[in-house]
Structures are given as structure tokens and as C-alpha cells.
Write a protein that binds this ligand. Structure first.
Ligand code: FMN
Ligand SMILES: CCCCCCC(=O)C(=O)O
Length: 367
């Protein structure tokens, strides 16, 4: 949000937050946030797919009161909107994930905290008034994963999100060109320092993030290993990065409570099918057996409506939250969330859909 000369609050457009973040952040940090993998073909794929979808409104419906509220895995949300897991929020703002958690709580949105958060799970939970999920990559050191899960449970996190599209961090040309490494003052404080060492220390022509993931991620895990996670924790398990009906069916068979259909913001498999294009296949495959969330390129309230029409239960935003954070910490992230929620509420009215249950496949046309 911003203020006019007379002191009124003004909601900024999303691109204003983006432009401000680009101006404020050091070039390599901006590239780490904005960049993608390989040819970067996937950076625009999700957006293009969403833009191709057109809405089919109904008229003469009572929309004098629209309620964007919903429920997701036992949590009440002000709208079907959350923040996707992103590493190292302190790269964007000194308060990092604590500022983001405050904003998500203020706006009534879900926050998924990355395993590579730069504030402790306990500090984040203390600042949060809304639901928190914890994201995990599968580390070779399972003892560290188990420890993190125990701490998350004690701090009141409500679900685990296992990212399954990143057996290793993909080649990201901008990070390689910048020799990107996490600055020494910012750490993944929830993990042991010796395990994180490779993420620091710049080498020309190489991304320290990619080097670190190759060293620490266990790329041998398979569906059978999910049993270990279910043993370690009774929290609902969500898989992030599922893009096919076959994997979606397997997920339900393996006791998974939710899926995030995602291209990892264009940062993992290059030349994949875009997440919105995979959504109906996944929704049809799970047939109500688990909840489905979409992320990637969500930038307008209308995108939330389109995702719901395709069968998603909610959406998550990635980079826009970091733009808000870089712009003005908690206030900036709140501004971004409120902007999207406000647009969504208007789309509900104009679509003749006073509740989230009123969105369905008849609400969209795809050329
Ligand atoms: C800077 C950055 C860091 C990210 N870190 C993680 C992470 O730690 N874990 C994860 O599962 N996804 C991570 N992601 C992917 C996001 O969760 C999400 O899938 C993606 O950003 C959504 O696309 P959007 O940025 O277009 O909204 C990251 C994305 C960005 C931009
Ligand atoms: C070894 C640290 C990996 C952090 C990866 C975060 C990220 O950039 C992404 O998932 O994308």
C-alpha cells in the first residue's frame, strides 16, 4: 500500500511492487528471484496459459454479498490464496519470513515456509496469526528433516509440503553467470550450519545454490519413501510439483492430502507443460481424493477465479510476495495480498459467483 498526499491508503498495482523491488535489490538477488532454468521458456508459460483462458459470466445472480472465504486442510482462509514456499526472504527485507508471516495473517492468507527460511520456525510462528505449512526438500540427512518436522509440529504448523520437482536445483543461467551465493549474513537458520556451507561462498560461473542441492538433496527417494514421512509425522502431507494424472493418482494411493500443481515458477524442468494446462488432468485423476492448489504466474484476481473453474481449491503466489516484501516489508506483502483479494472479490461479483463453490468448468472457455 502507499499514501496519497492527503494521507489516504492507495493500493498499488502489482507491477509497481515489482518495479520497486527491481530497483531496490542488488542485481544478483533480483536475478535469483526473477530467473528461471535452462532457456527460461517456463517463465512465461503459466502466464500465457492463464491469459488464454476466458471467463464466462452468469447474470442476474444476487451478488450483493460475495464471500471469498474458504477452507483448506482444516484452515479458514479469507480467500483461496496463499504464499508459496520461497527460500531466504531476508534477501528481500531484513525481517524476512517474520514480516511475511505477519502480512499473511493480517490478510487471512496461508503461508508456506521454505525449509530454507532465513528466520527460525519459532519466530515465524510467533508472528503468524494465520495458518502455516512447512515445505521440505528431501535431504540426505533424514535426521535433520525429522528434527525440523518435530519443531514445526511444536510451533503449530498445520501441514508438510514435500517438493517433488527438484531432485536437484536445475541449471539457472542467471545464477551461474552471477556466481550467485547466499550472502554470509543471511542463513537457512533452521538447518545446521555445516549442511548449509555450500550455499555460501561464490565461485565464478557456478551457482552455489545448485552446488549445494547436488551435495545435500537425496535424489534417490521414491514413492515408497513417503511411508517414512507418514511415520515421522501425522501432519497432512502435500506434494508440490505434480504435473500428471498418473502421479496424482499415485499420490492419493500413498495417503497424500494435497497437491500443488506447479512448474516451480519456471525454475526447474524447462519445456514442461505449464501448470494451468495440467490442472484439469490432475483434478480429474484425484477425483476429490485430495485437495489441489495451483501456483505459477498468478498475478490477478481473475487468475484465482480461472484456477477455481479448472477445479483447484486455492492458488499460491511466489514472486509477488517477495516484491511486496522488498517494497515495504509486512505492509508491502499485505498490500499485494489485499490487491489480489480485492480483485478476486470483484470478479466474483461480475461472474455471478457469490461463493467460491459457484466456480466450475462452465465458468471458463479455453480456445
Ligand atoms: C526466489 C524463489 C525461491 C523459491 N524457493 C522455493 C523453495 O524453497 N521451495 C519450493 O518448493 N519452491 C520454491 N520456489 C518456487 C515457488 O514455491 C513457486 O512454485 C513459484 O515461485 C510460483 O511462481 P510465481 O513466482 O510465478 O508466482 C521459489 C521461487 C522463487 C522465485
Ligand atoms: C540448496 C538451497 C536450495 C534453495 C532453493 C530455493 C530455490 O531457489 C528454488 O527452490 O527455486
Amino acid at each position: 500500500m502507499d499514501r496519497t498526499a492527503s494521507g489516504e491508503d492507495v493500493v498499488l498495482a502489482l507491477h509497481t511492487y515489482e518495479a520497486a523491488a527491481k530497483e531496490r535489490l542488488p542485481g544478483p538477488v533480483w536475478d535469483f528471484f526473477a530467473g528461471g532454468s535452462g532457456t527460461e521458456s517456463m517463465l512465461t508459460a503459466g502466464r500465457d496459459a492463464l491469459d488464454r483462458i476466458r471467463l464466462r459470466p452468469r447474470c442476474l445472480v444476487d451478488v450483493s454479498r460475495c464471500d471469498p472465504g474458504t477452507e483448506l486442510l482444516g484452515a479458514r482462509l479469507a480467500a483461496p490464496l496463499g504464499i508459496a514456499p520461497m527460500a531466504y526472504h531476508r534477501l528481500a527485507h531484513p525481517e524476512g519470513e517474520v514480516a511475511t508471516a505477519r502480512a499473511a495473517g493480517d490478510a487471512g492468507a496461508l503461508l508456506t515456509v521454505s525449509m530454507f527460511a532465513s528466520r527460525t520456525l519459532e519466530d515465524i510462528a510467533a508472528a503468524a496469526t494465520g495458518p502455516l505449512w512447512l515445505q521440505l526438500y528431501w535431504l540426505r540427512r533424514r535426521d535433520l528433516m525429522a528434527d525440523l518436522i518435530r519443531r514445526a509440529e511444536a510451533a503449530g504448523f498445520r501441514a508438510l509440503v514435500l517438493t517433488v520437482d527438484a531432485p536437484r536445483v536445475a541449471f539457472r543461467p542467471r545464477d551461474a553467470a552471477n556466481g550467485f551465493a547466499v550472502p554470509s549474513g543471511i542463513r537457512a537458520v533452521n538447518l545446521a550450519a555445516e549442511v548449509m556451507a555450500a550455499s555460501h561462498g561464490s565461485r565464478a560461473g557456478e551457482s552455489a545454490i545448485a552446488r549445494h542441492s547436488a551435495e545435500q538433496f537425496d535424489s534417490s527417494v521414491t514413492w515408497d519413501d513417503l511411508a517414512w514421512l507418514h511415520e515421522v509425522s501425522s501432519l497432512p502431507l502435500v506434494l508440490k510439483g505434480v504435473l500428471t494424472g498418473d502421479d496424482a493418482r499415485l499420490a492419493v494411493e500413498h495417503g497424500v492430502s494435497g497437491l500443488v500443481v506447479s512448474n516451480h515458477g519456471g525454475r526447474q524442468l524447462d519445456f514442461a507443460r505449464s501448470a494451468p494446462d495440467c490442472l484439469t488432468e490432475v483434478v480429474d485423476a484425484v477425483a476429490g481424493g485430495c485437495r489441489v492448489v495451483l501456483d505459477g504466474g498468478i498475478r490477478y484476481g481473475a487468475d484465482i477465479a480461472k484456477a477455481l473453474c479448472l477445479g483447484a481449491d486455492a492458488v499460491m503466489i511466489g514472486r509477488p510476495a517477495l516484491w511486496g516484501l522488498a517494497h515495504s516489508g509486512t505492509e508491502g506483502v499485505t498490500g499485494v495480498l489485499r490487491l489480489l483479494m480485492g480483485e478476486f472479490e470483484e470478479v466474483m461479483a461480475l461472474m455471478g459467483a457469490p461463493t467460491v463453490a459457484d466456480f466450475g468448468r462452465s465458468g471458463i472457455a479455453t480456445p
